[in-house]
Design a protein around this ligand. Sequence first.
Ligand code: PGA
Length: 253
Amino acid sequence: MNKRTPFIAGNWKMYKTSSEAAETAGQLTSLVADTTDVDIMIAPAFTALDAVSKVIKASRVSLGAQNLYWENEGAYTGEVSASMLVSVGCHYVIIGHSERRQYFGETDASVNHKIRAAIKANLIPVVCVGETEEERDSGRTFSILDKQVKEGLNNYFAKDLESLVIAYEPVWAIGTGKTATRDQAQEAHQYIRSVIEDLFGDTLCQSIRILYGGSVKPENIAELMQMPDIDGALVGGASLSAESFSKIVQFRK
Ligand code: PGA
């Protein structure tokens, strides 16, 4: 039986000014006030973290960032460190999102460094992996996932990764309206869990939460959540409205 607490996370990407983000966050906190059996996170842009943090402080919604840099401080123009994220109330940080890999040169090696910085600062890393359409069509889905997980988590021990969350986000399903079927998602999640078992053993393999991401909506969340290895969702577009995101959070209703 799956004892992992479901986790629904919203990635607001480069949307919403600080005041817009605070407004949506405020609406969300009231809509999900009665939901006690699901962990909830929203990740606004850096510029909105402080404002959103104040709004969600006394609520069940936690704060996440969309990226970080692995040094603690220094001459790294444009970057933000783990301790800076903690200082504005972040508990989570998304690492290695496919848009960062695709447009900003993120690699499995940089993902690896960023995970270390996050863990050291007590931030929960939400590490994204997933294949492109071309990789899937050429039968390389599992080998890509294998490489991303092994290189991203290279040189870690199970005890370092107790809080780690993995998000399986097939690149062809992000923002496209094409959701992986629940069987395709389950197959990938099961594979990722088996890689974790090989690398770190049974305890971490059983406890680690693996989220699905890619065109998750109120209409498809319930069936995805029925699958044994799907523990939650990382939601982009449908997290921008408090109403639709709260419906995803309340997938059991
Ligand atoms: P989407 O994005 O829900 O808009 O497909 C998911 C993500 O990029 O995390």
